[in-house]
Design a binder for this molecule. Structure first.
Ligand SMILES: Cc1cc2nc3c(=O)[nH]c(=O)nc-3n(C[C@H](O)[C@H](O)[C@H](O)COP(=O)(O)OP(=O)(O)OC[C@H]3O[C@@H](n4cnc5c(N)ncnc54)[C@H](O)[C@@H]3O)c2cc1C
Length: 504
């Protein structure tokens, strides 16, 4: 493949990262608009091989303000790598969109050629589905602005922005809303699928705090979905994942918070874990909404096993001490780092542990009722873990404001759950991939019977569990998908399949 359509802006923005000798500047500058583009091999959404004519690809590039990357382009490899290093996919084309107009062009091009499409927001999909093999990747990484209106207490966040941008801009005004627990995760994917986080029990899921979404639908049209316009889509976008289009911007409701909260980790010995978990589960219904406690029962590569509870109390130190008294007395923690801390720092506290580029394997589901039998299975899972890499059973707490939203009020139906639970392993050496898969499969087989449905942001499961996940909302989501994406252009997600026999 000989060419690409790099623009001046593209070259200058990537200049710093590229050794000078690797850049044939003259040729690239000269090639910008009159380059000959060779035909491109690609696949359709049902994986048929096709050839995109070079002239069509060049015309497409010319309609974009951002850049179109081919496999030979400078920057292609950086753009195609997402957070989970377990996946190594090569899109035929990457459209690095600079705004909604680019997204509209990209969707129209994909629809016209029936191309396989993936959408990349923050690039943190655990299933790696933001990058497609031989299709068109619609890359929103450069659409990452975050702007707060302190008077209205709202934040307008572009579709490719990261959670850290939302937290930082909002906190500057003493405001916040629910965001996930690792600040380099994307706002787009997290919010469309639900969005658990340290403030969720107080303010609801991230999607519960969305007031409006700018969306490009499968026909390449732009619309605004809110409580007055396109209400059906507004409902489906809050929990329905990436099924309905490309969200180019979100407007969030923010809440007044104290930028300094109380947080840290309570770490217990593995031997004490059953008693602590039992106490936690039994008291979960009575803890204040201000308190969020996420569980990690883990085994480290040095064979140490422990229970770590990540705490965030959205209130003052006295309130936190009262809320945590039971946790501190049921067993004495090995370490207790819970203290006053800036919320923005708490939100970054897990960033390093979730480093991009490592390989991650995850299997998960929702826990409606935590039981002694579940504790036994969790303990056995970590007792049996033997690989020379981190292995964990994690639980993210729900309840509080999340549970007070009616299951049918948004597409996110599983309001009564106590926890979102998942087994997780991470590794770097490809030789370990098989043993990790075997461990996670056998661990999950034992845990799965204690769960009901799963979190669509954690993986894509076409085994029939999606219906259980969406429960009372499933049929409405199918109707919405059939209406807005009849050809299932947006299928690389926890896919709600359109009904082809329904009338248009
Ligand atoms: C380290 C880490 C920590 C996490 N912590 C939490 C947590 O605390 N709480 C929680 O709820 N979840 C958490 N998650 C899960 C997270 O919600 C999903 O991985 C989510 O998909 C990430 O969104 P993203 O935009 O970064 O991902 P991407 O990989 O960019 O996108 C994932 C999918 O979302 C869709 N998508 C993304 N952006 C858009 C958009 N703008 N328009 C349309 N579709 C879009 C696409 O279908 C895409 O395939 C975490 C994940 C990781 C890797």
């Amino acid at each position: 493949m000989s060419v690409i359509l790099p623009r001046r802006r593209f070259i200058s923005s990537t200049l710093a990262a590229i050794p000078a000798a690797a850049l044939p500047f003259g040729r690239l500058f000269a090639a910008a608009d009159d380059a000959v583009v060779e035909d491109v091999e690609a696949v359709t959404s049902d994986r048929k091989q096709i050839i995109l004519k070079g002239a069509d690809v060049r015309d497409f590039a010319a309609r974009l303000r951002g850049d179109l990357l081919l496999q030979s382009s400078v920057g292609y490899d950086t753009a195609r790598h997402a957070w989970n290093g377990a996946f190594d996919r090569h899109p035929a084309l990457i459209a690095r969109c600079s705004g909604p107009a680019d997204v509209m062009e990209a969707v129209k091009f994909a629809a016209a050629h029936q191309l396989l499409v993936s959408v990349r927001g923050g690039g943190h999909s655990l299933s790696g589905q933001c990058v497609c093999e031989k299709g068109l990747m619609i890359d929103l990484a450069q659409m990452n602005s975050a702007r707060v209106d302190p008077a209205r207490r709202t934040a307008t966040i572009e579709g490719g922005a990261l959670l850290g941008a939302l937290d930082r801009e909002a906190l500057a005004h003493g405001l916040a809303t629910t965001a996930g627990t690792v600040s380099h995760t994307g706002v787009g994917g997290l919010t469309l699928g639900g969005g658990f986080g340290r403030l969720g029990r107080k303010f609801g899921l991230a999607c519960d705090n969305v007031r409006a979404i700018d969306l490009v639908t499968a026909d390449g049209k732009f619309l605004i979905a809110n409580s007055k316009e396109n209400k059906d889509l507004f409902w489906g976008l809050r929990g329905g994942g990436g099924n309905f289009g490309v969200a180019t911007s979100f407007e969030f409701q923010l809440h007044r918070v104290n930028p300094v909260m109380v947080g840290g980790d309570l770490t217990y010995s593995f031997a004490d874990a059953p008693a602590v978990l039992k106490f936690m589960f039994e008291s979960a219904a009575h803890v204040p909404d201000e308190l969020n406690m996420d569980v990690s029962l883990l085994r480290l590569p040095n064979d140490q096993r422990m229970l770590s509870i990540n705490v965030c109390y959205n209130g003052d130190a006295a309130g936190a001490d009262k809320a945590l008294a039971g946790m501190r007395s049921i067993r004495t923690p090995l370490a207790d780092t819970v203290a006053l801390a800036p919320y923005v720092k708490l939100q970054q506290s897990g960033d390093a542990r979730a480093a991009a580029g490592r390989k991650y394997y995850i299997k998960g589901g929702f826990v409606q009722q935590s039981t002694d039998a579940l504790i036994d299975v969790m303990m056995a899972t970590i007792a049996d873990a033997k690989l020379p890499l981190p292995q964990a059973v994690n639980m993210q707490q729900a309840g509080g404001a999340i549970a007070r939203v009616k299951p049918t009020a948004t597409a996110f139906a599983q309001r009564a759950i106590q926890y979102n639970m998942f087994v997780l392993a991470s590794w770097a050496d490809p030789a370990q991939s098989q043993s990790v898969g075997e461990w996670a499969h056998s661990a999950w087989k034992k845990i799965e019977p204690h769960t009901h449905g799963f979190y669509v942001n954690e993986f894509n499961d076409d085994s029939g569990r999606l219906k259980a996940t969406y429960g009372v909302n499933y049929d409405r989501l199918v109707a919405l998908k059939t209406r807005y994406d009849r050809n299932n252009l947006f299928r690389l997600n926890a896919n709600v399949q359109p009904n082809p026999s329904a009338r248009a």
